[in-house]
Write a protein that binds this ligand. Structure first.
Ligand SMILES: C[S@@+](CC[C@H](N)C(=O)[O-])C[C@H]1O[C@@H](n2cnc3c(N)ncnc32)[C@H](O)[C@@H]1O
Length: 199
């Protein structure tokens, strides 16, 4: 199944893709896929930037990518980075003929260090894993274009959080509310979101 299939007016193509990804995640016991509320927001953000470049840190099985690809036009590009092959291979198989995606299998921190040395910058960075969110966040934010978006989710307690993780989240929210050169808003919605726009 491919997101290059033109979505039907009732969104059934996307719904089918999400159903496939949900079933695959259940088979793997993977419980960290994004929620639909965030997906709808991501789809709007990318739809506002035709021909845009978008980055997802942490592919999982591709649930966020499904929403991103549904909002992207044909000239847009998505880079999605994931450490675990058994997760990302689900996304690769689901979207394998979509030329808009570059799937990167590897450690997000290593990828971020290489990416900041390259010229490409992104209209939206969805930082959905440890690198870019809880460490090396400065690198991920450096990759956002002026007036681009930096998006964080899962700021409310989630299944599978390690012990003591709430303190990391509290620090993250506090740090993000006073970052020079950015406007940030905590949105008490969905899984707990933070939306940030670069000056
Ligand atoms: C919250 S999930 C991503 C969910 C996905 N963005 C979505 O919308 O459904 C976080 C993902 O980050 C991956 N991950 C963990 N450590 C990583 C690292 N160092 N580099 C890249 N990915 C990592 C995990 O394997 C997991 O799939």
């Amino acid at each position: 199944m491919s997101s290059t299939t033109r979505p039907t007016p009732d969104g059934s193509s996307l719904r089918q893709t999400l159903a496939v990804l949900t079933a695959a995640a259940e088979d793997l016991g993977f419980v960290q896929s994004s929620e639909g509320d965030l997906g709808r927001l991501l789809r709007l953000l990318v739809a506002s930037r035709p021909g845009g470049s978008f980055l997802e840190l942490g592919t999982g099985v591709g649930y966020g990518a499904a929403w991103l690809l549904d909002g992207m036009d044909a000239d847009s590009r998505l880079v999605s980075v994931e450490l675990e092959d058994d997760l990302q291979r689900i996304a690769r198989a689901t979207f394998d003929d979509d030329p808009r995606v570059e799937w990167v299998l590897g450690d997000g921190s290593e990828w971020l260090r290489e990416a900041v040395a390259r010229p490409e910058r992104f209209d939206v960075v969805f930082a959905d894993t440890w690198p870019g969110k809880y460490h090396d966040r400065d690198l991920a934010m450096e990759l956002v274009k002026p007036h681009g978006w930096f998006v964080l989710d899962d700021l409310y307690p989630q299944p599978g959080w390690p012990d003591g993780h709430q303190a990391n989240v509290d620090r993250l929210i506090a740090d993000m509310q006073s970052v020079d050169g950015w406007r940030t808003e905590f949105l008490p919605w969905g899984s707990g979101l933070m939306l940030c726009v670069r000056d």
